[in-house]
Design a protein around this ligand. Sequence first.
Ligand code: AMP
Length: 218
Amino acid sequence: MNLVIFGPPGAGKGTQSNFIVKNYNLYQLSTGELLRNEIKNKTKLGIEIFSIMNSGNLVSDEIVSDLIEKFISNDTYKDRLIFDGYPRNKSQAENLNYLLKKYNQKIDLVLKLSVSLDSIKKRISGRSVCSICGKIYNEYFNPAPINAECCASKFLQKRSDDTLEIGVKRYQTYEKNIAPVIDFYKQSNLLKVVNGETSISDINSEIGALIEVVKGWL
Ligand code: AMP
């Protein structure tokens, strides 16, 4: 099964992908994470995209397509990918279908997490990630456990684009590009809209139920 999960920045794509990975043995392919790794490792690409990412804009379709093709073409990940943060515009949605077809695969379910801009602002400003295990926390809704070994506060890091100003810009970029992607997946009957404003565990359950239905068809 291949899944797409999308929603505005801070909608919970990463948190919900962690849940799906754990329960369904899929692999989370986060384009944002792949791009951040390039920046962290100071690669040529990382240097090229640093200012684009920190302005809240999208990097070019070609760059992201090359990154994801490496995974789609790799048998280790065949039919077990969660596309987190891809596609973000219509041409990426078409490209994803093209690439999957090229490697004899398809998308089985598309999840859209809906969250308001007000909630997004709180989520982005409170978000941190454990640099050891990658778990995502929020100081307001989902604080890291006190006295934890792995997720101790000294290991928690904030993303450089998780400021209020860049967050709002990222939200606007999302809104500007996403309508045709929604139509694209509505037409192929793959789209399920999930209310991303309820509790993490309620969203886990809703997504789990949707995946079970699709699993029954495969
Ligand atoms: P994310 O971690 O999904 O919030 O992505 C962080 C940033 O990475 C975005 O604001 C974009 O600059 C870039 N990015 C991630 N995915 C894509 C994509 N599919 N297309 C273009 N840029 C992307």
